[in-house]
Design a protein around this ligand. Structure first.
Ligand SMILES: CC(C)(COP(=O)(O)OP(=O)(O)OC[C@H]1O[C@@H](n2cnc3c(N)ncnc32)[C@H](O)[C@@H]1OP(=O)(O)O)[C@@H](O)C(=O)NCCC(=O)NCCS
Length: 109
């Protein structure tokens, strides 16, 4: 298995999702990282993304995937805040794909 798509559920309601990649290819190492997540608009600003990222890191650690790369658009203040709250260490900010914002690349060790 190279990846898993998980849903985040609170009291029977799906509030968000996580895409977990167990291996990095060139694109993921440069831009995408091991984990992608999103919270449904009506459920934002309640800590769900923070919890989704924490639990996604546990899923990867359980498979001995370390260190873990998580990225976000340089313009995505909310996602950067989530990653920094959970303890990601910023390595660098790299140019995005053509027409896309730069990417902030964080590591969890
Ligand atoms: C970015 C996103 C995942 C945040 O989800 P969330 O559940 O609202 O995040 P949380 O509630 O866990 O917020 C964690 C912190 O970030 C802050 N935050 C969240 N969204 C924010 C925003 N748009 N602007 C500023 N701060 C924000 C919260 O206030 C909170 O701060 P605190 O720790 O001081 O309390 C959500 O807005 C989303 O799904 N966006 C679209 C998809 C996306 O960008 N995914 C990430 C791709 S890398």
């Amino acid at each position: 298995m190279t990846h898993a798509d998980l849903v985040a559920e609170v009291d029977g309601v799906i509030v968000g999702r996580s895409s977990i990649r167990y291996e990095l290819n060139d694109f993921l190492r440069a831009q995408g990282g091991h984990i992608g997540y999103a919270v449904r608009p009506h459920h934002r600003r309640r800590g769900h993304a923070t919890q989704i990222l924490r639990q996604s890191l546990e899923v990867l650690r359980a498979r001995d995937v370390t260190p873990v790369l998580v990225t976000c658009d340089d313009t995505n203040v909310g996602s950067a805040r989530v990653i920094e709250t959970v303890g990601g260490i910023l390595e660098n900010v790299v140019p995005g794909e053509p027409g896309m914002p730069s990417k902030r690349r964080y590591w969890f060790t």
